[in-house]
Design a protein around this ligand. Structure first.
Ligand code: PAF
Length: 296
């Protein structure tokens, strides 16, 4: 199917229909499919910002009907993480979606998604225990499990994620391939603030001064990416940028160069590398990355 020829049929300025139950959403989707419509899906945890809205735009460019899920998934939060305080803004999220061609919002309760608690889990261990997975044990198992459930509920033609959560995206791609799920996974460019800071719901935890400071995260990534691209002074640049971030007050979880496909450390033989960072600044844990196409 050539998705590029499809346009979303929900009109701008329409309030998306909100579904709280799987049954009701499925009824809506059966009708849409009977009418021959393709379905694009954007999974989110809500508190939508322009980065999410770009994903919705991309989904509506590529499919007839766009479904956005808003579900703060307890399974992907560690015990000391921000599940309880994570911003829940369903009304304003639905309101901003009226500017986009979003047909429906799926906003289930935790009980709807995990009626019997947690039994079956989905894991991609080769990718889920490194980098962020090392610092947030169990996080990606939670992400893969909920995304698999949501894909089974909605059965979309395409699902759209942001490249900002690069490791998450690779895990979802691997899961979809390994489990033969009939969906096309699409990654979309990271949306940035004018100072380079990657947009994220968790930026809300930053003080204004920290938001300004956080821009050096992206400049560190681009400097390292340039060194990797030019194959010059890579180690020195990496060391210098790490120190610069630490001196500025970041607590680094990691700042690394990896193979963009399998996230292994041996990127030199690959045609694409990725520079990834995760760091705490004040109350926020920030992640970001820059892709580097290597000239061979
Ligand atoms: O990226 C997110 O917001 C979440 O990890 C996701 C994909 C919606 C799963 O809960």
């Amino acid at each position: 199917m050539d998705h590029s020829l499809r346009r979303s049929t929900a009109l701008k300025n329409d309030q998306p229909e909100i579904f709280y139950t799987i049954d009701n959403l499925r009824k809506f989707l059966v009708t849409a499919r009977d009418q021959g419509k393709t379905i694009g899906f954007v999974p989110t945890m809500g508190n939508l910002h322009q980065g999410h809205l770009d994903l919705v735009q991309r989904a509506s460019d590529l499919s007839d009907i766009v479904i956005v899920s808003i579900f703060v998934n307890p399974m992907q939060f560690g015990v000391h993480e921000d599940f309880d305080t994570y911003p829940r803004t369903l009304n304003s999220d639905c309101h901003v979606l009226t500017d986009y061609e979003c047909a429906a919002v799926f906003a289930p309760t935790v009980r709807e998604i995990y009626p019997k608690g947690l039994n079956t889990e989905i894991d991609v261990p080769s990718l889920s225990t490194i980098l962020c997975g090392h610092h947030r044990p169990g996080h990606f198992k939670g992400v893969a499990t909920v995304v698999c459930k949501l894909l089974n509920i909605i059965q979309p033609d395409i699902v759209v994620f942001g490249n900002k959560d690069y490791q998450q995206l690779q895990i979802i791609k691997a899961m979809v391939e390994d489990l033969l799920l009939p969906v096309q996974v699409i990654g979309t460019d990271t949306k940035r603030e004018p100072n380079g800071l990657a947009m994220s719901s968790r930026n809300a935890y930053l003080l204004e001064s920290e938001k300004q400071l956080a821009s050096i995260l992206y400049s560190a990534l681009t400097k390292i990416a340039k060194a990797v691209q030019g194959d010059t002074q890579i180690k020195t640049t990496l060391r210098r940028q790490k120190q610069l971030l630490i001196n500025a007050g970041f607590v680094l979880d990691y700042l690394e160069i990896r193979d963009a496909k399998d996230l292994s450390k041996t990127y030199v033989d690959s045609d694409t590398a990725v520079v990834l960072v995760a760091a705490k600044l004040g109350a926020a844990r920030l992640i970001d990355n820059v892709i580097v196409h290597l000239s061979k």
